[in-house]
Design a protein around this ligand. Sequence first.
Ligand SMILES: Nc1nc2c(ncn2[C@@H]2O[C@H](COP(=O)(O)OP(=O)(O)OP(=O)(O)O)[C@@H](O)[C@H]2O)c(=O)[nH]1
Ligand SMILES: [Mg+2]
Ligand SMILES: [Zn+2]
Length: 259
Amino acid sequence: MLIIMNKTQRHLHHKEFQETFHYHEKNRAVGESKTPDTREIKIVRKVLDVNDTIAKENRNLFAEKGVFVLNVMSSPGSGKTSILEKLLSRIVKKVRSAVIVGDICTSNDADRLSRFGAPAVQINTDAFGGDCHLAAHVIKSALGNFNLDDVDLLIVENLGNLVCPAEFDMGEDLRVVVLSVTEGEDKPIKYPLMFRVCDVALLNKIDLLPHLDYSIKKAIENILQVNPSMAIFEISAKTEDGFDSWIDWLEQRVKGKFK
Ligand SMILES: Nc1nc2c(ncn2[C@@H]2O[C@H](COP(=O)(O)OP(=O)(O)OP(=O)(O)O)[C@@H](O)[C@H]2O)c(=O)[nH]1
Ligand SMILES: [Mg+2]
Ligand SMILES: [Zn+2]
């Protein structure tokens, strides 16, 4: 049997949603929106509208300060931190970088990334309900840890999750999705929103291909079916295969913003 959840059910795990939900419940007692469906859709819209407003403020601030912002997303363990370690090791001397990492618990990833000399801030969402994504207001409050005048590239590693991080704009310039070859070729068509909103897909862990029944060709077809304009790089964070091409491409994008 196939059960399709509605949009409201999908958002029930978000703390912001629940707060807004209670607020509306109170209003309903004094005669606001009546039908459950209408009310629920309105609430979801409101959460995302508030986020978009803060994302716009973040984006204006980044433009004013000359900061290029990357939002790196994937399912848990696809290799986001490993890729960022290799990226930072190559660019940190020429591009003034800073890092924000989101996880439910632990500072493992910020510890790994701070070894390269760029300031790194770990956000743990456990303290505010275990949220499974970073939102614009969280990034805004983390910015107080940096002097943005000294930052050219701000790298955000989102929580490991292929679903709701795709819905929350943070004011970034570029969205990166990492898909490792151990996850199966069908993820782009199973989680289409993530692949629709991203600008570049990094097919990671290609060093493992000899051990797997995995078709890179099929994975690329699936990505392009969802997002025909996606830039795609086949890489390995272990061997650094493909890194020259994807970092050249990234540098062009960063330069493009400030031309
Ligand atoms: N063989 C191989 N292993 C990799 C590669 N990239 C990452 N790994 C391994 O995959 C595991 C997860 O890597 P992480 O970089 O921690 O993944 P992540 O996406 O940051 O994980 P979360 O932050 O927990 O979502 C680690 O054991 C890495 O060593 C790769 O290109 N090849
Ligand atoms: Mg990580
Ligand atoms: Zn979430």
